[in-house]
Design a protein around this ligand. Sequence first.
Ligand code: ATP
Ligand code: MG
Length: 565
Amino acid sequence: MNGEARKQTPNFIRAIMTADLESGKHTTIITRFPPEPNGYLHVGHAKAICLNFGLAAEFGGRTHLRFDDTNPTKEEQEYVDSILTDVRWLGFDWGEHLYYASDYFDRMHEWAVRLIRDGKAYVDDQSADAIRLTRGTLTEPGVESPHRNRSVEENLDLFERMRKGEFPDGSRVLRAKIDMASPNLNLRDPVMVRILHASHHRTGDRWCIYPMYDWAHGLEDSIEGITHSICTLEFEDHRPLYDWFLDRLGVHHPRQIEFARLNLNYTVMSKRKLLELVEKKIVDGWDDPRMPTLSGLRRRGYTPESIRDFADKIGVAKRDSTVDVALLEYCIREDLNRSAPRVMAVLRPLRVVIENYPEGQTEWLDAVNNPEDPSAGTRKVPFSRELLIERDDFREDPPKEFFRLAPGREVRLRYAYFIRCTEVEKDAATGEVTGLRCTYDPATRGGDAPDGRKVKSTLHWLSEAHARPAEARLYDRLFSVPEPDADKETDFKTHLNPSSLEVVDCRVEPSAADAGPGDRFQFERLGYFCVDSRVSVPGRPVFNRTVTLKDTWARVEKKMQAKKQ
Ligand code: ATP
Ligand code: MG
């Protein structure tokens, strides 16, 4: 999108920005997206990215991409790289404005010293446990640290020695001197800086003290001249602290605005849980197509447009809620319906011999590439005597509502002819249907009968000799319950959907066989598929099912529920 403004549904953050420009408080809008490089971005982050970049672009402002890399133990270059890739893929451009919180460590340090000099911060020798235990509760005030009233000189000396590495991890911290009786627990002398002898992915061993989120974040925003610092609701109670630090320092003071984070049903979004799935090899990496990560969605076949459209549709609110993952699926279906070329593929082949069709003959029939897009044109598909159809499209003993092929019944083969089933071949031992004998009506070429007779269904098919082998990976939701992490007592992994992946050897028409990584198709009547970007090989493409054509899961679920009642 690169700066081009998009029209979005109204939201309260836009209203604040408009007012700030009108009142002259700001002349431009500067937002930031501040990921911590401790995992891959997921669709929740996409909401924050679209919001920050989208709004700033609308006002002709800009958005910074800033790595909030203040915790050396969990952060890695791999995550930095993936985040850059994913934000760019989603369609946003930070231009020159790529920043790292770790570049500000010196300035943050100077500011910490300044607060010490002003009597607003002190070194506490208590352990983390002791600090937690003396914090008090919502109904009881906290207990002041015995070190709270140290002299400025002693604090400066101890803080300098913390920086030099004289003390072990956890032995001392720098705390803000605010109010141990504040009704807001975040203001009860929060920890600003801790000792951590750990190598940082950018600053190496230069520092053995690291700033805490609440201390660091406002400073990062201030240094960059951010006007509106948009974050999720859980930081609402931290805002007084954000304001306190910036007010005490008397520096540029952005306005923090909170919005409701995205929660999706049938999904976990916590980076810790996603990491666990990756580390325990329950999924095939951060970009497993079942993951809610942007790299997973990309590999699955989602387009950036569909995710931006989703972010737009869910809007921005002040109250937490859960969005139905069906909405995300709807967005990609809509997009691919417009853009994906149609091809024919058969997932579970059943052989059909057309008895009255000449042996050895091949006809190349015209097939429409995309009925939604006439400019996509047509292609030729081969028809011959031996065909493959979908096993599911035949029933020897069809139930009342089954309109596809059955003994004696006539159906249409898409772009080809009407065929009628004349005989069913079975395995003598197992009774399994092994093939069908059919006849075709040459007068129905192209799919219509000159005598006006109708058929109730149209099937996709392949010419057996021309069909090319491929692998299809049929994905379903990773979890089988709507709220996999709702119950804190139960391990979220117990709710994994055992059939979230089914791999089938399938066949595809020649035009799809040479598709390359990332190519997207609609397999007629089956769903949207995308060539896998990791394991696909020429001659045997691997297709990831992005989404089915209709929401089959909802139907199955409805049935299951109906049965239970
Ligand atoms: P954690 O801080 O627990 O590691 P996080 O998901 O908050 O995880 P960050 O890297 O801090 O990860 O997130 C970067 C930005 O993305 C933050 O500004 C945060 O508000 C936003 N964000 C994260 N998760 C969501 C979500 N589910 N919905 C909307 N925004 C989100
Ligand atoms: Mg965070």
